[in-house]
Design a protein around this ligand. Structure first.
Ligand code: URA
Length: 443
């Protein structure tokens, strides 16, 4: 088989055979196919799409291009389940969800990423905790997943190796925005973790990765079809990202809010609603609950008994962080030198916000990255961010800014005022869960 023939077929709108897709991915992984050919292939897929069979083949090829984790023989007493999100602003769900479902009997080997652009990254948030090591030995990772039930760590070089090369080429050839390539990239990495089930959180709204609601839905449906076709039971929730999910955005500030929720101090609101809905879906997918109300009862019990918080503390300690993070976090997490509210200069109701711009306010403060090699400041960010529907008077705080300098504060304050849209009529806050997409029963 010749790579240029496979590219020609895709260029001409033909469906590739399973063998052709497997050959091409193998060539990406072993370096026998050059970057020009990878770029041409990605562009041909971008314009001509792939059918479900091709998408499944590409996903399986990426999954199998590196190590595939195998949990059999570990003596686990529960299912291996994970969640993946398309990313957002103030989306600290993973920090709470992993320990919470682990406390209900799941094993969660969560391999997460860093933030880039307007969205935050789970690893950056966890690295606010002094000592937390995102690259433990394989043995420590496996032991934590077995004994604590959860370990949130960074991508190891050995998983889904073809994705790194393919994504690198897509990034510089304007071919990231292609549903079949996104699906195979996300799922290739996730399915390499040896999961019994996966739940996807696909965001919709001004802070979402996908540009429109219909594109978010298309991605969610494609992920459910391809993952199930590849043999991993998967469902997807379409959730709201038209405003910041938590009441804060940044790194250390998000860890503090996650701990507050794990300790039971936050029992309602946007973050709680989305995290609980994803946790319910994970317990159902892992067959750890009979139905939704059983799942909610188990989750409530794990939060009330302190077991969810305890799992978080054990995970942090097991990965090199403090052994007492639940009680010591306020003094251990880094604090910005300037912490001041930004006051509204007009009155009205918050009717909308440019969530992407709010994410970029955090980047501007130094809490995120414009380029993948940027160093970030874990202490900066926003807290007490106003939400859609809130009544604002002149002088009402729109948020509290945590900044490194007065200049940074002033710049962030101006950007934040612009990103919050005020109107005269109070708008209802958007729904948080738009839909749950599960595999269709065989007809
Ligand atoms: N996230 C990924 O991991 N891959 C993509 O292609 C897009 C988002």
């Amino acid at each position: 088989m010749l790579p240029q023939e496979i590219i020609r077929h895709k260029r001409d709108g033909l469906a590739l055979s399973t063998e052709e897709v497997a050959f091409f991915v193998k060539g990406i992984a072993d370096g026998s196919i050059g970057e020009a050919q990878i770029g041409a292939f990605a562009m041909a897929v971008y314009f001509n799409d792939m059918n479900d069979e091709e998408r499944i083949g590409l996903t399986l090829g990426i999954r199998d291009s590196g190590e595939v984790l195998d949990w059999s023989g570990m003596g686990l007493n529960g299912p291996v389940v994970d969640k993946h999100s398309t990313g957002g602003v103030g989306d600290l769900v993973s920090l709470v969800l992993g320990p919470w479902v682990a406390a209900c009997g799941a094993h969660v080997p969560m391999i997460s990423g860093r933030g880039l652009g307007h969205t935050g990254g789970t690893l950056d948030k966890l690295e606010s905790i002094p000592g937390y090591n995102i690259v433990p030995s394989n043995a420590d990772f496996r032991r934590l997943v077995r004994d604590v039930g959860v370990a949130i760590i960074g991508q190891t070089g050995s998983l889904a190796t073809a994705d790194k090369r393919l994504y690198g080429v897509r990034d510089v050839t304007a071919t990231v925005e292609s549903i079949p390539l996104i699906v195979a990239s996300i799922l290739g990495k996730k399915l390499a973790c040896g999961l019994d089930a996966l739940v996807m959180d696909v965001k919709m709204g001004s802070g979402a990765f996908m540009p429109t609601a219909s594109a978010s839905r298309e991605l969610a449906e494609a992920i459910v079809t391809v993952a199930n076709g590849a043999g991993t039971p998967t469902s997807a929730l379409l959730t709201d990202m038209s405003q910041v999910l938590a009441s804060c955005a940044g790194n250390a500030v998000e860890v503090a809010e996650a701990i507050a929720m794990l300790k039971g101090d936050i029992r309602q609101g946007r973050l709680y609603e989305v995290t609980e809905a994803l946790a319910v879906e994970m317990l159902l997918a892992g067959r750890l609950a009979d139905d939704e109300s059983d799942a909610r009862g188990k989750l409530y019990g794990a939060l009330n008994s302190g077991q969810a918080a305890e799992r978080f503390e054990r995970m942090v300690a097991g990965l090199g962080g403090p052994v007492d993070i639940l009680t010591s976090f306020e003094r251990r997490l880094p604090r910005a030198p300037i912490i001041k509210p930004v006051l509204a200069d007009a009155a009205g109701y918050v009717v909308d916000m440019d969530t992407r711009d709010i994410g970029m306010v955090v980047v501007g403060l130094g809490g995120g990255r414009r380029r993948s090699d940027d160093v970030i400041d874990h202490s900066v960010g926003l807290t007490a961010i106003a939400g859609i529907g809130d009544k604002i008077e002149v002088g009402t705080p729109l948020a509290t800014i945590h900044a490194r300098s007065e200049d940074d504060f002033a710049r962030a304050a101006e950007q934040l005022r612009r990103a919050m849209i005020l109107g005269e009529q109070q708008e209802e806050a958007p729904h948080m869960i738009y839909d749950v997409i599960r595999q269709r029963e065989a007809e």
